[in-house]
Design a protein around this ligand. Structure first.
Ligand SMILES: [Zn+2]
Length: 329
């Protein structure tokens, strides 16, 4: 429900659900990027990068983002992005997606206010409760043509409200039953990706543990052609970590998922790859650099602007070289 009490369909707002996006991604051997935003500069960068590289995109709003920026404002920002693209005459398909919805009420409120896709994350619940909650959301979403992402298995790491000490890999034996009984449109699985910027504990010189492609392959074998989602898939790009550390930050030991592994995943049944931390790191690195080099600067446009420019470059590079989504809009 919006604050005015009226419900609105995503179709009136110009968003797309993920059904077509994933069908094309599955066939084309690429993944659709899912980028989180909390503020104007991030949103501008995501839209600019995806329009320039002609990529479909999933704009993700987390519960934390709704608390930070205000749910109504975020929704209108998404709407503003669509209208901006239309006025420029070069729109790409955009889904507005709830990231890590943790209750039926939250998912319902997003669906009623114009989201085209929602995630309901019952992965921390006992299996049967996860099914019941997910199915309840699907039953509300599908008559409104909104697509739903569920999750099986638990990722390690910290992402706002979601945190876990240890990961529990998805058990491929559960996926068929889960998908059939819930009716979800896509499934997030745990194969070794992790939330946050400190994904793995590795000693200098050691490489990070590879993703469990054996689990992914077994999932694909059991539910052929079904869209799979990877969360926690930032690569924690070294140049930005080095820039942060150089300009007064302290992020030693930050490490992510190597881009080659994500590229391999994107060619499989993985149709959606979530990237949040890399965007945060880019902004932080550039802002630190500006502050260090120009201590007298106090106009937010002079440090947020360069951060936005660098974000555009990073997102284009992800679309072109990691997800393979460039040119697919
Ligand atoms: Zn996540």
């Amino acid at each position: 429900m919006t604050t005015s009490g009226k419900t609105v369909s995503f179709k009136e707002l110009g968003f797309s659900n993920t059904r077509d996006m994933f069908a094309k991604a599955m066939k084309g051997g690429y993944a659709v990027p899912a980028y989180n935003f909390n503020n104007m500069e991030q949103l501008q960068a995501i839209i600019t990068a995806c329009v320039r590289s002609r990529s479909p995109v999933i704009l993700q709003v987390s519960k934390g983002a709704r608390e930070y920026a205000n749910a109504t404002l975020l929704r209108y920002m998404g709407l503003g992005a669509i209208q901006m693209m239309n006025e420029l005459g070069n729109p790409v398909p955009v889904a507005l997606h709830l990231d890590h919805g943790d209750s039926f009420e939250l998912a319902q409120s997003c669906i009623d206010s114009g989201f085209s896709s929602v995630m309901i994350d019952g992965s921390a619940l006992p299996y049967e409760e996860n099914i019941a909650l997910t199915k309840k959301v699907v039953d509300y979403a599908h008559p409104r043509d909104v697509t739903v992402e569920g999750e099986l298995g638990v990722l390690a790491g910290i992402e706002e409200h979601v945190s876990s000490e240890k990961s529990h890999y998805t058990d491929p034996r559960d996926v068929e039953d889960f998908v059939k009984r819930t009716g979800v449109d896509s499934l997030a699985i745990s194969i070794g990706t992790s939330h946050g910027a400190f994904k793995f504990k590795v000693k200098p010189g050691e490489s990070v543990p590879p993703l469990r492609f054996d689990i992914l392959e077994e999932v694909e074998r059991r539910i052929p052609g079904f869209p799979i989602v990877l969360h926690g898939a930032s690569s924690v790009l070294t140049p930005y970590i080095e820039m942060i550390n150089k300009y007064g930050g302290r992020m030693e030991g930050a490490v992510g998922v190597p881009e080659e592994q994500l590229r391999r995943a994107a060619k499989s049944a993985v149709c959606k790859i979530n990237i949040d931390s890399d965007g945060r790191l880019v902004m932080t690195a550039i802002i630190r650099k500006v502050f260090a080099e120009k201590p007298g600067e106090f106009d937010p446009r002079k440090y947020l602007g360069p951060a936005r420019e660098e974000l555009v470059k990073m997102y284009i590079s992800k679309n072109e070289t990691v997800l393979g989504s460039a040119g697919k809009a």
